[in-house]
Design a protein around this ligand. Structure first.
Ligand SMILES: [Zn+2]
Length: 489
């Protein structure tokens, strides 16, 4: 049984899907006008993991995970103006980058990715229904949701009216009946993106997008609605008000799950503060996607996560240790044959996605496997190859449930990790592969030159080659048999 902390109830609750054969989860996705930063990556990784855990726990169910793409928005329109291009040029580019960056972090694409611009019809319908039911009104080309028409408004954020008015960053517009009223539809300027509607040519507000798309794809009530803590108010509060008022009080979601922020030192990482770091930058510096994923999962998802260089270094050290064990076990064994996952890893994840607990169990499995391997390697023990293989497979399978240990140990240490390019629908592109292996041939040639120098007792040259490679991030490992292996640091 999975237990999740439900923001609506402010407590952990046993998760029971409305239909155990069809589990529905919706997470607010990216507004595609810039490269995602590590703070944006956190919910993508967390809800990817929750989806994996749901699929593991409900093997006979269809788990449908929707993550929307907000592809109409003021920021997108401004970017398009700045570049002098169509908005779709901006949105196509940054959606592709988003999928590539998240793919590198082991985030699988959602089951469905509804795009706002493709779902204007359902939004217009929902807005019309809200007007008909007396919850929304038209004023000066805008349609606004009338907050005072909904006595339950504020149920998720538990804010009183004063706090809501202060927190809503209310734009003082003369056409609003009440300062807390929010936009469902607004007019489009000449020459900018827009759609015809009963209220004139315009475009939807942000909040209506999620309510209408959830209804379109799932119906009135979903099992899990997720997103970052900053979405609780006003975005999720407004989604709830729209959906409940349009659907005779039926709840929008049965569980509300929110992740904490990533901070850089004392401040939340955010574009407006200018203190962002992106997965693309970090991958470009040579960090592996799994390292960043481990760093993002190292704290419990509801806690703030402090993003530091030490956190990245610690995460890399943990994965080096795990892959090092697998490399040392490998020579004894063939490919995996067992599909067991360690019960304690699952138990930790069932408990409100306790990732620090699950990672601690993985560390224990690693240590246990290391001991098994050493006993087996030294002989004289009663450990069979089969028992060793089972330990190895259980460790790998348990790691993979969290999205780790997807590479061959040798590829991990040599940095032979070419991230999936989702944009062109191909896994590894030939050119990228060729570049990596050309680089390796060069390394091998220099190692051979160093060996020759050593044989000629030209130690100055041998040391120079070693130092040059080290400066390029290549560490040489002289083995007992006289051969030299290498790793990318
Ligand atoms: Zn949303």
């Amino acid at each position: 049984m999975i237990r999740l902390y439900d923001t609506m109830e402010r407590k952990k609750r046993a998760f029971e899907p409305a239909d155990p054969k069809r589990i529905t989860m919706y997470v607010c996705g990216p507004t595609v006008y810039g490269r995602a930063h590590i703070g944006n990556a956190r919910p993508a990784v967390i809800f990817d993991l929750l989806r994996r855990v749901l699929e593991h726990e409900y093997p006979d169910a269809e788990v449908i995970y929707a993550r929307n793409v907000t592809d109409v928005d003021d920021k997108i329109i401004n970017s398009a103006k700045e570049e002098g291009v169509d908005t779709s040029v901006i949105t196509d580019r940054y959606e592709r980058f988003y999928l590539e960056d998240m793919g590198a972090l082991g985030v699988n694409p959602p089951t469905i990715a509804p795009h706002a611009t493709q779902e204007i019809g359902p939004m217009v319908e929902m807005i019309a229904a809200l007007i008909a039911k007396g919850h929304a009104y038209e004023a000066d080309g805008h349609v606004l949701f009338h907050v005072l028409s909904d006595p339950d408004y504020g149920v998720l954020s538990r804010r009183d009216r004063e706090a809501m008015l202060a927190g809503a960053r209310v734009e003082v517009a003369p056409y609003k009946r009440d300062p807390a009223d929010f936009v469902l539809w607004k007019p489009s300027e000449e020459g900018t993106v827009g759609w015809d509607s009963p209220w004139g040519r315009g475009r939807p507000g942000w909040h209506i997008e999620c309510s209408a798309m959830i209804h379109e794809h799932f119906g009135e009530t979903i099992d899990i609605h997720g997103g970052g803590l900053d979405l609780i108010f006003p975005h999720h509060e407004n989604e709830i008000a729209q959906s409940r008022c349009a659907h005779e009080g039926k709840p929008l979601a049965r569980y509300w799950v929110h992740n904490g922020f990533v901070d850089m030192g004392a401040e939340k990482m955010s574009k407006s503060l200018g203190n962002i770091i992106t997965p693309a930058e970090l991958l470009g510096q040579g960090h592996r996607g799994e390292t960043l994923r481990l760093a993002l999962l190292s704290a419990h998802y509801r806690q703030p996560l402090a993003w530091t260089d030490e956190l990245i270094a610690q995460s890399k050290a943990v994965l080096d240790k795990w892959y090092g064990t697998l490399r040392d076990v490998q020579p004894f064994l063939s490919a995996g044959a067992y599909d067991e996952i360690d019960g304690n890893v699952i138990e930790a994840l069932r408990d409100d996605l306790n990732t620090p607990g699950a990672i601690a169990v993985l560390n224990g499995l690693n240590d246990h496997l290391r001991q098994f391997r050493n006993k087996y390697a030294h002989g004289g023990s009663d450990i069979s190859a089969q028992a060793l293989a089972m330990q190895r497979d259980e460790f790998v399978n348990s790691g993979r449930l969290l999205g780790f240990l997807n590479h061959k140990p040798d590829d991990w240490f040599k940095g032979r990790i070419i991230h999936m390019s989702l944009s062109d629908g191909v896994g590894v592109t030939d050119t990228a592969g060729a570049e990596v292996f050309t680089g390796e041939r060069d390394i091998e040639q220099r190692i051979a030159a160093r060996a020759e120098a050593k044989a000629n007792r030209d130690f100055a040259t041998a040391d120079r080659i070693r130092d040059e490679l080290r400066a390029e991030g290549i560490q040489l490992l002289d083995r007992a048999d006289g051969k030299t292996d290498w790793e990318r640091m």
